[in-house]
Design a protein around this ligand. Structure first.
Ligand code: NAP
Length: 301
């Protein structure tokens, strides 16, 4: 069997299309989605991320601006800054760019973002709403993206065995809760799981969110399973002789790979997401959808 590839760009486009119309309707009603990104200090990866978010937001008619705070900004000053944005009626969504400089307590600061402006769904209040199955909540973007990719296939999720590898608060746990809400039977694996392949092999739906390149091999997958690979790992590229490929500046050439060994997994699975091009384009569009939802909520606050 060779799995069908779930095209993340295609799924993202299907979610994006109705948002364009919705944003235009909101603007007519005087509701303007406006995102404020907060970056503390310089960070090359965050810079790229911000550029991409800005481009994607502006293409949809969402205002996206950045507050660049000095690298030595203290935690109290950062908290005060976020509180000001919480109270600013011209800001409907807040994104705190991570990583932040050492010494700042990320979890503490994320708690300060007003839940109705928390477009990434990272405030514990929003994650907690998942436990209650509240449909009007803002959900962590990557977790929702994984579920949207599964839904895009059109198969019945109810009654399926789902194994989620990874139990982070932003990905593994919320994916499990979302699938539970859809009446799948989730099993969550982590570094303490005794025999990972016993758990992965029973899965009709397998979600890998580990951060370990190609940890899940084809022989760990149930034939016909749906495989969603959330992992983004930067690894060295090797040639056929097993030598590291060098780039022009004489540094090892890097590539992005997932948590699933695509080559072997696609021979066993029925559907699989590629890396790149699977989860991450959908994650971006869920951020846009959350931004639209947050701007609607701003009216009632
Ligand atoms: P994380 O916070 O580091 O969590 C990793 C999880 O994997 C932990 O729960 C850990 O278990 C578990 N784990 C580690 N080694 C394991 C093993 N050998 N067997 C079973 N479980 C193991 O990572 P994350 O933030 O959830 O991200 C996971 C991956 O998704 C990363 O590659 C990240 O880059 C990627 N990601 C992608 C997107 C996207 O848009 N595609 C967005 C966010 C993250 P313990 O809890 O026991 O330590």
């Amino acid at each position: 069997m060779s799995a069908r590839i779930i095209d993340g760009e295609f799924v993202a486009e299907k979610i994006r299309e109705p948002l364009i119309e919705e944003i235009s309707m909101l603007r007519k009603k005087g509701i303007f989605p406006r995102v404020k990104a907060v970056q503390v200090g310089e960070n090359a990866a965050s810079h790229l991320y911000i550029q991409n978010q800005k481009k994607q937001c502006e293409a949809m008619g969402i205002t996206y601006t950045v507050d660049e705070l000095a690298a030595d900004t203290g935690e109290d000053a950062l908290v005060e800054h976020i509180k000001k944005l919480n109270n600013d009626p011209h800001v409907t969504g807040i994104i705190l760019q991570i990583p932040m400089p050492d010494g700042l307590d990320v979890k503490k600061v994320l708690r300060v973002i007003a839940p109705h402006k928390d477009v990434e769904g990272v405030n514990p209040a929003n994650i907690g709403e998942l436990v209650y199955g509240n449909k009007k909540r803002i959900v962590p973007c990557t977790a929702m993206a994984a579920v949207e990719l599964i839904k895009s296939i059109g198969v019945e999720i109810r009654g399926k065995e789902a194994t989620i590898v990874g139990r982070s608060a932003m990905v593994g746990k919320p994916v499990s809760l979302l699938l539970l809400d859809l009446s799948a039977t989730p099993t969550i694996c982590h570094s303490g799981t005794k025999d990972l392949s016993v758990q992965t092999k029973k899965a009709d739906i397998l979600v890998a969110a580990v951060g370990k390149a190609e940890l899940i091999k084809g022989d760990m997958i149930k034939p016909g399973a749906i495989v969603i690979d959330v992992g983004i790992n930067h690894v060295k590229e090797f040639d056929v002789q097993g030598n590291s490929v060098m780039s022009k500046n004489d540094k090892p050439k890097m590539k992005i790979t997932g948590d699933v060994e695509f080559k072997t997994a696609k021979e066993v699975a029925s559907y699989i997401t590629p890396v790149p091009g699977g989860v991450e384009p959908v994650t971006m569009v869920i951020l846009l959808r959350n931004t639209v939802e947050a701007s609607k909520m701003s009216v009632s606050y």
